[in-house]
Design a protein around this ligand. Sequence first.
Ligand SMILES: *[C@@H]1O[C@H](CO)[C@@H](O)[C@H](O)[C@H]1NC(C)=O
Ligand SMILES: *[C@@H]1O[C@H](CO)[C@@H](O)[C@H](O)[C@H]1NC(C)=O
Ligand SMILES: *[C@@H]1O[C@H](CO)[C@@H](O)[C@H](O)[C@H]1NC(C)=O
Ligand SMILES: *[C@@H]1O[C@H](CO)[C@@H](O)[C@H](O)[C@H]1NC(C)=O
Length: 274
Amino acid sequence: MVDFDVQTFIVFLVFMLSLGICHADRNLYSGLQCSQADNSSESSFGVNLDNLLDLLTQKGPLSKGFLKTTVGRSSGKIYGLMQCRGDVSAENCANCTRESVAVALHDCSKSKKVQVWFTWCFLRYSNEHFFGVWDQSSAAIVNETDFDDASVVSKALTFMSEVAITAPKQPLMFHAALLDAGQFGKRYGMAQCTRDISTTDCSHCLDTQLMTFRTTIGNKRGWEVYGSSCSMWYHDYQFYSNFSITANDGARRLSLQGVATGIIMAVLVFIFVP
Ligand SMILES: *[C@@H]1O[C@H](CO)[C@@H](O)[C@H](O)[C@H]1NC(C)=O
Ligand SMILES: *[C@@H]1O[C@H](CO)[C@@H](O)[C@H](O)[C@H]1NC(C)=O
Ligand SMILES: *[C@@H]1O[C@H](CO)[C@@H](O)[C@H](O)[C@H]1NC(C)=O
Ligand SMILES: *[C@@H]1O[C@H](CO)[C@@H](O)[C@H](O)[C@H]1NC(C)=O
């Protein structure tokens, strides 16, 4: 666990260091950020929080994997948001949201500002209004010794810039694409914004992540940047469900099962940018 000082409160940003083999069809815990424990909470906060988390868990997965809502009034008011990755099925989205809620309540039970990242979903709540506000916080997970070939690296940055340009224009502000790197195989990219922010802020958010991290992650075979308002991933395996393959079935509720196997997600370094 690593402690960061961000803004006025202590933030814990925890990235699981469980290295080794992970599978793309599994929902993995990626990180957590919560404000300092506040023991002075009025009891209404806890009641409101329970109601909020119920709402997010039950309605979010059924509303295209995104919901922002508030519960309570005046000082007891809580703002909550959940969003699943754009390709994740409603069922997996629901599971992921439940898991995020469990983590939040277990690890940050006395915090008023909480963010939880899983591979399939993101949960955030706060006693302060944050809807529609681009938050520049983000963290990168990368195996810092897993360098890619130089010829792929130059293509990769252009490729990810294109992914970043395309994502804001999509209905879910989610875009996945693949890069054919010839003899070096394929690379896969994804960009997504939380759907409370504007498309303009989505573009800025993704651009900023690329600019911020390009020198540290750009020459690696894989990385994941998780932010409060947007996220970008890049890997040498397909980690998302391909909509167009199954579009003929008329089904967008995809399960990630069978997408990719044998993934080594090396979590060695994370870089935090307030
Ligand atoms: C709040 O309570 C917890 C134990 O419940 C304690 O560890 C923590 O130090 C307290 N925080 C403050 C700011 O008093
Ligand atoms: C959701 O979680 C339950 C148990 O927590 C599990 O039995 C079920 O298979 C999960 N569903 C999916 C789609 O992963
Ligand atoms: C990081 O990448 C290097 C080079 O590919 C690899 O040998 C190492 O096993 C990776 N680390 C982890 C923890 O997977
Ligand atoms: C999805 O699959 C189709 C058909 O195999 C392929 O042409 C397309 O590039 C894939 N898209 C992504 C984002 O992987």
